[in-house]
Design a protein. Sequence first.
Length: 117
Amino acid sequence: QVQLVESGGGLVQAGGSLRLSCAASGRTFSSYDMGWFRQAPGKERESVATISWSGGTTSYVDSVKGRFTISRDNAKNTVYLQMNSLKPEDTAVYYCNAVNRRYRTPWGQGTQVTVSS
């Protein structure tokens, strides 16, 4: 069974950093563009960052440009999100999944990121 497990979240003060990891099991995602998504309380899930299957192309939502970096290690079937200069508005549950809905697996539990002011 395909499973995505996100980890690395936590409580951090504004200006701090966290590194999130997303490990896939049951199926390789090395052929797919992958993304990190987040959902804050009362808001819809939004795409935060995406990375092409080769890792050569990345994109970010404007609110995180210059602060977040997405990367991947296809040999480990893992995607990362380095988050620096965190702000209270970054508080959310973070998820990873394929960018293309056709290749998405059921959403995992995500990892909670809480940024205190």
